[in-house]
Design a protein around this ligand. Structure first.
Ligand code: DAH
Length: 336
């Protein structure tokens, strides 16, 4: 009888799948109403000779079953721990997914460099609207009604009086109307011209306007300022050259070249053999423009300049196609 209980119990313990099943087995055999307990209880019916023998045997079987249960218990606990470890395993050798770090557009990079240079010279930043009155874009800048720049071939007209500004020069007028000299500002921004897109033309591009008005400002101040700027941007060896030109809102006017920073003036592919690269227009603010803004040209004088941002960035990074700035191709943009 006891032998049968023992073999049944050990078989059940052997196949117990979890701790709950194991506990059920313990109750079934060793519990208060369990089978071993029942045998011990039934010993009253035995003879005095049989009793100690059966009692000893029952105790042995109980101890053996207990030992088996303890052993199985440990085995199950170890197996559960192993499974938990496996399911929570972290492979520290898998490479992480890095967040992609964005960066500034090359035009923004060059612009902030240019801003830094002028801020260092005491300039502040001015701003004007992209959708501009004809008055500010042309009239107040002494650009007459029949001037070719006013042609619808070149200018986007919203209506007879409103255009998309073709230059940042109208900001000069807006600043002078609001602020009395001394004035020292640069005004970066978008400008628009109805040009067909190609490697050197875009209907949208950027200019940086500069304006200085004070008592006794001369062409020497213009030259000194631009020279300082060009050396800061392209290096100490850079030189500037002024060529006479005509702009309606400056008198005298000049186009300004910088010595080629690739060949240093010898002539190369970048400067097309010239040794010089044109980077901006400039001049002394026309007295008519000053007086139109309520500034007395007898008392004050000033200089102004207009710089093409794309042009500077193209030269800086040796980019040969303007369209690359606007296509937002990440393969291109990531290089800067
Ligand atoms: N606004 C001119 C242009 O778009 C550039 C320019 C020339 C600006 C001379 C100036 C200047 O302020 O003095 O071609």
């Amino acid at each position: 009888m006891l032998e049968k209980i023992k073999s049944e119990a050990s078989a059940a313990i052997e196949v117990a799948a979890d701790l709950k099943a194991l506990d059920d087995i313990r109750v079934k055999y060793l519990g208060k109403k369990g089978e071993i307990t029942a045998v011990l209880r039934g010993m009253g019916a035995l003879s005095a000779e049989e009793r100690p023998i059966v009692g000893a045997l029952a105790n042995t079987v109980r101890e053996e079953i207990e030992a088996l249960i303890t052993g199985k218990n440990e085995a199950l606990a170890a197996k559960a721990m192993e499974e938990k470890m496996a399911s929570e395993k972290i492979d520290v050798t898998i490479s992480s997914k890095r967040a992609v770090q964005g960066k500034l557009h090359p035009l923004s990079q060059v612009l902030s460099e240019i801003k830094d240079i002028f801020i260092g010279m005491g300039f502040s930043i001015a701003d004007g609207p992209d959708v501009e009155l004809d008055y500010y874009n042309f009239e107040a800048l002494n650009i007459p009604k029949n001037h070719p720049a006013r042609d619808t071939q070149d200018t986007f007209y919203i209506n007879d009086n409103v255009v998309l500004r073709t230059q940042t020069s109208p900001v000069q007028v807006r600043v002078m109307e609001k602020q009395k000299p001394p004035i020292r500002v640069i005004a970066p921004g978008r400008v628009y011209r109805s040009d067909a897109v190609d490697a050197t033309h875009s209907p949208l591009f950027h200019q940086i306007e500069g304006l200085v008005v004070d008592k006794g400002i001369t062409m020497g101040d213009l030259k000194g300022t631009l020279e300082t700027f060009v050396k800061a941007l392209y290096g100490e060896d850079a030189k500037v050259r002024f060529r006479p030109h005509h702009f309606p809102f400056t008198e005298p006017s000049a186009e300004v070249d910088v010595s080629c920073f690739v060949c240093g003036g010898e002539g190369c592919r970048v400067c097309k053999g010239e040794g010089w690269i044109e980077i901006l227009g400039a001049g002394m603010v026309h007295p008519k423009v000053l007086s139109g803004c309520g500034i007395d040209p007898e008392e004050y004088s000033g200089f102004a300049f207009g710089l093409g941002l794309e042009r500077v960035a193209m030269r800086r990074y040796d980019i040969d196609d303007l369209r690359l700035f606007f296509e937002n191709d990440l393969k291109f943009l990531k290089q800067f």
